[in-house]
Design a protein. Sequence first.
Length: 597
Amino acid sequence: MKFSLVIGALGALTATVSAVKVNPLPAPRNITWGTSGPIAVKELILRTNESRNHTHTVLTDAWIRAWSTITTLQWVPAATEAPIAIYPPFPTGAGLTKRGVQAIQSVQLHVVDSDADLQHGVDESYTLEVTESAGSVKIRAQTVWGALHAFTTLQQIIISDGKGGLLIEQPVRIQDAPLYPHRGIMVDTGRNFITVPKILEQIDGMSLSKLNVLHWHLDDAQSWPMHMEVYPEMTKDAYSPRETYTAADMRRVIAYGRARGVRIIPEVDMPGHSASGWQQVDPEIVACANSWWSNDVYEYHTSVEPNPGQLDIIYNGTYEVVRNVYNELSEIFTDNWFHTGADELQPGCYNFSTYVTEWFLEDPSRTYNDLAQYWVDHAVPIFRDAGEERRIMMWEDIALSTEAAHDVPKDIVLQTWNNGLTNIQNLTARGYDIVVSSSDFLYLDCGHGGFLGNDPRYDIMSNPSGAVDFNYGGNGGSWCAPYKTWQRIYDFDFTTNLTETEAKHVLGAEAPLWSEQVDDVTISSDFWPRAAALAELVWSGNRDANGQKRTTLLTQRLLNFREYLVANGVMAGALMPKYCMQHPHACDLYYNQSVIT
């Protein structure tokens, strides 16, 4: 058997990218394609190294899904790196013997640790080998969750032979593992309701692209969609009785994700962004709920967008309700991590709280930083009570904003969304583990204009220009414009200038999709296939073995993967005219295809 290419630890798809019609996305850490010709694929039987148990149920179910997809789709790559002669269909029977090629008829799977749970840091590595003489696909994974990734890779490289059969284009060896343990997207179901089937659709896309964390921003000031046994009245602030999640709905999402190697991390944003639901339990819990949010008079504003409301940090009754809600949701969500928000506290809101104003009057030296610290000191012990394995996640504001707390425990994971590399370095230098969601690169809702009505800033008879004009910097339009293209996402080197110690604090990245202008109709096209560019960035990086960016090489694979997502029921948006897909690199901006470095 001949192999033509061995790729380095960060590389893939360099010299022989045109040797095959399809390469997997995300690019494996190491992939070696042979040159001895295509290999027929017959009905593949999964054979594992241990007796059936609960983890093998995950594996067998995953394999059934994978094989069903392979055989049902009979996938033909839509976009190839370069024009390639179509392989002739495989002969059958005597023809195979004559050529000396055995058809692959099984998957030989060895899982080292079948008991490892799907939690942060679980080993997701795998190796996959296909030769022309072995008669099987050999997969070795440290855990069940790495084996699932091997299945999704195999799904992409088994394609139609054009005559009703299946093939793998060349012998192949893959050694694969993610660069980062936290690779995710964030779904916001508070601003607009997203149905369970559409959430499951996003999980399908995540599984195919090896993203492993769905951060579920459950509620916001505008609505409370979760049914709570402890406080049934909270869903009075859902948009309608139909736009709610029962405990069974939430468990369904968790189970669906787990079966596909995707963790579900819930977020209840507090004390900011908190009105709906909470106010139904006790109106005194919520400050400024009935105020005008006054964004046009910034000095008086009580929230960054309508509708206002923040948990009253000083009111003692707040913490009992927080504890009861948090404990009930902790019983439903099985992940060790829980996101508790803590972003965008607005001081103006607390002008409407008698508890807070009296607290300030008791000691004139107190500041809003002291108020934020009061929240940390009283709420974090509640969050820790969920168990020894519980790890709390918060937005960076609690440590970096003007109203930040003085002392945020270092074991809290901070999600950074502002000021790009500056905040990344600030937090990691201070010893915080972080998840990168820098809005300048990863906010997928940006660039669609503003959602507010009665906005006179649109009444302009010319097209604004410049970095601080209408569509930039909050002066009308989308505050985080422009739109974040797949190239903008993929080219984000978020560890730039970090020391080795600082870089170790970067746990991964998430692409948030805030839903002020998103619902079931648009969620999938807003996420995909751009989230797949992030998936490769955090799985194997954006550079080849020589340190050169492989953005140009990603183009055809991403176009192909978009078609694959759609074929699998994930309604991903179009990236280019179909002409570009059919004519590799004809739509590149520069004749010099190595311009990106």
